[in-house]
Structure formats: C-alpha cells, structure tokens
Ligand binder design. Structure first.
Ligand code: NCD
Length: 296
C-alpha cells in the first residue's frame, strides 16, 4: 500500500492487522522507534483531536513531526498544495497527513505527486472520507464487542454531511457487521448509501442496537435549504438518558467529537457509564501509530 486514502483501498486482512497492531500498542506500551523518519501535518481545516492524535502517534515512535503553519492559506487550491508537498518531499519527508475541505483532494495529490517514496494519509477530505476515524471507531467496537456479524450499529444525526459515516459504511461492509442503521431527519439523509439502511425513527433505529454513534450537527456544512430548527432536532434525535434506553442496556455510546453538548447529546450520557467517547480518543493515537507505521 502506498497511501492511506479511503477504506475501499483496504482488504479485511489489512484492517484486522491494523486493529491488532493498535491493540498491541495499547496493551503492551511497547512502541517501535523510527528515528530517521519525518511526517508533515498539513491541516487546511480546523482540527484539534485528529491533528494532535497524529502528532502524538508519530512522537510515540520517535518520528519527527513538522506542523506547517497553514492558518493564512486555508483557501489554498490543489496546485499550490501539490507544490508544497513536492517541496517537503524533496527535503526528505515521506509521509504527509492532510485534511482539506475539498472532497477527493488527497487522492488527487497522490496521483499528481508521483513518487514511490511519498505517502499521503487522508485525515478527512470534505464530506467524502475520514478513514483513520472509521478505523479507530472499529477498533473501539472490536475491543468490546468482537462478534461483528451479530452487531447492530445505529448512527444518529447529520449523516448527509458526515465523512465519518461514509468511511464507516465502507468499513462495516468490509468487516461484515450484522446491521448498520442510519437515523436522520429527511433533510440530513444521504443521497447515496453504500451499506446499511436509513430511517427517520430514532426509536426504531436504536431498538436492540449494540452500538449507538451520535454525530455532531455540522452547522458549517449545512446549506440554506438544509437548516433545521435545533429545538425540533433535539426533541426528535438527541441522545439523552431516555433515548439511549431504546438501545440495548449494554450498548456502547460513541461520538467522533467534537460534541455539541445539549444539542445532539446530553452530558448525562456523554459522561455516563455507557460512553466510550474518551476511549475512542485514546484508541485514535494507537490506531494512527499503526497507520503511520505502514509507511516507515
Ligand atoms: C470529525 C471530522 O472532522 O470529520 N471529527 C473528528 O475528526 N474528530 C467529525 C466532525 O467534525 O463532526
């Protein structure tokens, strides 16, 4: 594998090997050292947890990290970024972690910056894909509920704009998840789904679910015609102690973060016994170590 762009580029064996490696890092605390390696973080979109997670993952393995200061260049287009990548590659950086608002940009850059020793890692592109998030989510699910073919996963919220869900659909299909249900008001339902089904009913969607993944209301991505009254949304779709009880009593509660507490999720459940939200964050570092290691 030369790049880490989207889940559909991976085989089930590769996914299993990455999860196994990440769990090994978590369980043993034994981290390999790749002192002669360097990775660049190119984040053209706001991010705290994903950027820090990739940075920590690299540092845990003695990989040097270069964070490019891109604050003033968030509108940069593909051609300029291509030059940036070629420039840093010429300095000896072999892995580039990129987040950008344009769907498909990491793939485009991978095609344009042809160089066998350069690896592009997608840290979220527009509304298209967020493969490392899907991988850390799957790791979190596998760690607690390993019988994947018997699981029902319910994803709730702004499914339409969520790159997390697009990657999760592909990963659930690949891993043979029993059932994936996406719960969303009609305006926030996706036009195309690759795996699973969609419902508008929170109660029906959550019934017997083993995993409930709550999504952020992505205000910055909503078009004029996609606006919903947030009070109305809350009344029908928020994850609260009452609505979480529609799922199995041992269901895991997940959220990719950042959370809008009091909008799509209540603090009582976000900080409650079923929540694995901080475990997702913890697993993110180990999973990104396994991903970075592919290219060391
Ligand atoms: C997600 C993202 O950026 O796509 N968050 C993340 O990576 N931690 C989800 C979101 O922004 O809601």
């Amino acid at each position: 594998m030369q790049h880490f762009l989207q889940i559909s580029d991976l085989s089930r064996q590769q996914v299993e090997a990455l999860i196994e490696r990440a769990l090994f890092f978590k369980q043993t605390g034994q981290f390999p050292s790749y002192q002669n390696r360097a990775v660049a973080n190119l984040f053209y979109e706001n991010s705290t947890r994903t950027r820090v997670s990739f940075e920590l993952a690299a540092k845990n393995m003695q990989i040097s990290v270069i964070n490019l200061d891109l604050q003033t260049s968030s509108e940069q287009k593909g051609e300029v970024i291509e030059d940036t990548i070629k420039t840093i590659a010429a300095m000896g950086i072999s892995s580039v972690v990129i987040r950008h608002k344009q769907d498909g940009l990491p793939q485009l850059l991978a095609e344009r910056c042809l160089n066998d020793s350069l690896h592009i890692i997608n840290a979220g592109d527009g509304q298209h894909a967020h493969p490392s998030q899907a991988m850390l989510d799957m790791m979190t699910i596998v760690a607690s509920k390993p019988k994947l073919d018997q699981l029902k996963i319910a994803v709730v919220g702004d499914v339409r704009h969520s790159r997390v869900v697009h990657s999760l659909q592909a990963l659930c299909a690949l891993m043979g998840i029993g059932e994936l249900v996406m719960v969303a008001p009609e305006l926030w339902q996706p036009d195309v789904i690759s795996f699973g089904r969609v419902t508008t009913s929170l109660k029906e969607g959550l019934e017997d679910a083993d995993v409930v993944m709550c999504l952020r209301v992505q205000r910055e991505r909503l078009l004029e015609t996609e606006q919903l009254d947030l009070e109305h949304y809350r009344a029908h779709y928020a994850i609260t102690p009452k609505t979480l009880s529609y799922a199995r009593s041992d269901a895991l509660l997940m959220h990719p973060g950042p959370m809008n507490r009091g909008v799509e999720i209540d603090s009582e459940v976000a900080d409650g016994a079923q929540s694995v939200i901080l475990k997702q964050v913890q697993h993110g570092v180990f999973m990104r170590m396994a991903i970075l290691e592919l290219f060391c």
